[in-house]
Design a protein around this ligand. Structure first.
Ligand code: DGY
Length: 322
C-alpha cells in the first residue's frame, strides 16, 4: 500500500499509459484484458480513488449506486458518454472525466478514410486484387464518385464535426451542417447552417454523422430520412451505430438510393454486427478504430490522469463532464 492515488484500470491500455499509471499512481491493471463484469468492477473498486474505464464497461445507475464511498471519479477513455449514467454519478458526487480533443484528429482521419473508401469503391477494389480477379485496366473499371469539390453535410458540429469540416475543405468540399445550436460566424468558417436534420439531408450528397448518441439522435437515419437524401448519396458514420436504422440503410444500399456507406461504428458491435454490412460491396467498414492512433491513445490516457491530479488537488478539471 502506498499513499499514491489508487486507480482501477478496467482494460489493458498502451504500454506508455501503463508506465505513467504505475509511476504516478497505485494502479491495478487488467493485463489479460478480459471484460470485467459489473460485480467484478465493484469488488475491485474497494479502496480505489478512481476508475479508468472504456466504452466496454457500462456504468448504469445500479452499478454506480454500489461503488464504494472512496471512489471519487469515473474516468472514461472515450468522448462518447452513452455507457455512463451521468445523472446517477452526479447524484453520488462522483466526477466523470472524458477525453475530448484528443480524439478529434484520429477520428476525423477515419472519417476521411471512410468517405474516400466509400466514394472510390475501396472494398470492391481490394477484393478484386486479393481474389486475384483483376485481369485488365478498362475505362469503366470501378468508376466511383468524385470527392473533390463535392458537398458534405455534417450532422453534429462539435469538435469532431468541425475538424472534419476543416479536413474536407482540403478537398474543396462545400460544407453544410445541422447542429442543435448554430456555430459562431468564426467557427462556421463558411459552412451553411441548416435548422433541422430534415432540411440538411436533401442538401447532402455526402452525409457524415458526428453527433453524440442521445435519446433524440438514436435511430434518426431511418427509411423516411434516407428518402430525403439525394439519390446516390454517400453516408459516413464515425459516431455510434445506434444512430442508424440498419435495415433501412441496408435496403437503401441494395437499391442504390444510397450509393455507398463508410462505417466505423455499428449496432451490436463487436460480435453482433448486421451481416449484410459485411457482404455488401458498396460498404467500406472498419472496426470502431476512430481514436486508435498511437499519439492520440496516449494523449487520451494523459488527459484523464492530468484531470485526476487536478481533481484530487481540488482544482477545476477542463475535461470533467459532471
Ligand atoms: C470515443 O472516444 O467515444 C471512441 O468511440 C472510443 O470509444
Amino acid at each position: 500500500m502506498t499513499d499514491k492515488p489508487r486507480v482501477l484500470v478496467t482494460r489493458r491500455l498502451l504500454d506508455a499509459n501503463h508506465e505513467r499509471l504505475t509511476a504516478e499512481f497505485d494502479a491495478v491493471l487488467n493485463l489479460d484484458d478480459h471484460i470485467m463484469t459489473s460485480d467484478e468492477i465493484i469488488a475491485a473498486s474497494e479502496g480505489m480513488d478512481a476508475l479508468l474505464i472504456c466504452v466496454t464497461e457500462p456504468m448504469r445507475a445500479e452499478t454506480i449506486a454500489r461503488l464504494p464511498e472512496r471512489v471519487k471519479t469515473i474516468m472514461t477513455l472515450s468522448v462518447g458518454m452513452e455507457h455512463i449514467d451521468l445523472e446517477a454519478a452526479q447524484a453520488r458526487g462522483i466526477a466523470v472525466l472524458s477525453t475530448p480533443d484528443a480524439v478529434n484528429d484520429p477520428t476525423v482521419e477515419v472519417a476521411m478514410l471512410l468517405l474516400l473508401g466509400a466514394a472510390r469503391r475501396a472494398t470492391e477494389g481490394a477484393a478484386l486484387m486479393r481474389n486475384h480477379e483483376w485481369k485488365e485496366w478498362t475505362p469503366r473499371l470501378l468508376v466511383g464518385t468524385d470527392v473533390t469539390g463535392g458537398t458534405l453535410g455534417i450532422f453534429g458540429m462539435g469538435r469532431i464535426g468541425r475538424t472534419l469540416a476543416k479536413r474536407a475543405r482540403g478537398f474543396d468540399m462545400t460544407i453544410r451542417y445541422h447542429n442543435r445550436t448554430r456555430l459562431s460566424f468564426a467557427d462556421e468558417a463558411g459552412a451553411s447552417y441548416y435548422t433541422s436534420i430534415d432540411s440538411l439531408l436533401p442538401a447532402s450528397p455526402f452525409l457524415a454523422i458526428t453527433a453524440p448518441s442521445t435519446p433524440e439522435t438514436r435511430g434518426f437515419l431511418n427509411a423516411e430520412r434516407i428518402a430525403l437524401l439525394p439519390d446516390g448519396a454517400i453516408v459516413v458514420n464515425v459516431a455510434r451505430g445506434e444512430l442508424i436504422d440498419d435495415d433501412a440503410l441496408i435496403d437503401a444500399l441494395k437499391s442504390g438510393k444510397v450509393a455507398a456507406a463508410g462505417l466505423d461504428v455499428f449496432n451490436g458491435e463487436p460480435t453482433n454486427v448486421n451481416p449484410a454490412y459485411l457482404e455488401l460491396p458498396n460498404v467500406f467498414i472498419t472496426p470502431h478504430i476512430g481514436s486508435a492512433a498511437m499519439k492520440a491513445r496516449i494523449a487520451m490516457g494523459d488527459l484523464l490522469l492530468d484531470g485526476l491530479n487536478l481533481l484530487l488537488a481540488g482544482e477545476p478539471v477542463p475535461n470533467r463532464v459532471v
